[in-house]
Ligand binder design. Structure first.
Ligand SMILES: Nc1nc2c(ncn2[C@@H]2O[C@H](COP(=O)(O)OP(=O)(O)OP(=O)(O)O)[C@@H](O)[C@H]2O)c(=O)[nH]1
Ligand SMILES: [Mg+2]
Length: 303
């Protein structure tokens, strides 16, 4: 085999502040929705693996929780999950939102600029940034201490503009390597976890202020009632008694909206009719309680 025909593969971590569009980018790169997305910061709570397979090779992407200061035990878990994705990474993609790059983004961009591995700086959300703002960002990141990136790529994960360029920039930087995953595998998340995440996404979309941050979803039971119907029972945890009423809404309307939207997505995912039974439960301050974090699956792999 000559150099050009070698099978290339490697891991690429996607990092950046909350809400810059990392999960949207992961979904765009692998071409399927495997990571939930919302307009609330700190949507992603664990690393989400997504595989892009081609005949010539494979890139395994690791989407990560937005980098921020941990304020709860859950926060400590999410931040360590983000940094752990760097272990063994063959390349990194650092994401910021074009035109709204703040000091905390700059710190992250500078910090990763020093890493000795292939790295791309993505200026995302160009569909909502002015040309002038994008030009200013490009200028400011092409000088020290930010200028160690292999490329700075303005793009839009939402419209798909620039996604192909990013794929090929990364693929060119992957080492020769093995077939890590079967070609038809796009994520390592089990179905129950995807279902829990879909329910959490709908809750995040509908809820406001501090309520969404205190929502956790546990799938209790999945039962195949017939060939065409599966019943799923899930608990939605909230961290304060006052939040339970908010999640239920007037005459249960909020919970019904969350449930209907989640059911439609889960039906598409599992390709069957779903009966979704949601229960709202209060677990005081669960984001600081080790046993609750374990119940909801927020545990380090080595713990
Ligand atoms: N206009 C525009 N919006 C985008 C783009 N990419 C993502 N968004 C929106 O930005 C918000 C955050 O997107 P996410 O993908 O959840 O961001 P994230 O970086 O994964 O956030 P965390 O998981 O909280 O760290 C959502 O409302 C997305 O629809 C983009 O290219 N253009
Ligand atoms: Mg995310």
């Amino acid at each position: 085999m000559n150099e050009a025909n070698k099978y290339r593969s490697g891991f690429t971590a996607i990092l950046g502040r909350p809400n810059v569009g990392k999960s949207t980018l992961l979904n765009a790169l692998v071409g399927e929705k495997i990571a939930i997305v919302s307009d609330k910061p700190q949507t992603t709570r664990r690393r989400v693996l997504g595989v892009m397979s081609m005949p010539q090779g494979q890139i395994v992407f690791l989407d990560t929780p937005g980098l921020t200061t941990a304020r709860t035990k859950l926060g400590e878990y999410t931040q360590s999950a983000a940094y752990e994705a760097l272990t063994g990474a063959d390349a990194i993609v650092v994401v910021a939102a074009a035109g709204t790059v703040g000091p905390k983004d700059r710190d992250i961009i500078e910090k990763f600029s020093k890493r000795k591995l292939p790295k791309i700086l993505v200026l995302n959300k160009t569909d909502v940034a002015s040309r002038e703002a994008i030009a200013r960002d490009l200028q400011s990141f092409s000088i020290p201490p930010y200028d160690q990136y292999d490329a700075i790529l303005p793009m839009s994960a939402k419209t798909g503009d620039g996604v192909e360029t990013l794929r090929s920039l990364l693929f060119d930087r992957m080492p020769e390597g093995p077939h890590f995953f079967p070609d038809d595998m796009i994520t390592d998340q089990p179905e129950y976890m995807l279902c829990a995440e879909i329910i959490r996404e709908k809750a995040l979309t509908h809820l406001r202020e501090e309520v969404p941050h205190g929502v956790g979803v546990e799938i209790q039971r999945v039962e195949k009632v017939s060939v065409s119907l599966t019943e799923i029972h899930a608990n939605i945890y909230v961290e304060r008694a006052a939040h339970k009423g908010i999640v239920l809404g007037k005459q249960g309307r909020m919970l019904r909206s969350i449930g209907t939207e989640a059911r439609l997505d889960i039906e598409k995912l599992l390709n069957t009719h779903i009966s979704l039974q949601l229960w709202v439960k209060v677990r005081e301050d669960w984001r600081n309680r080790a046993d609750d974090l374990r119940t909801l699956g927020y545990v380090r792999e080595r713990d």
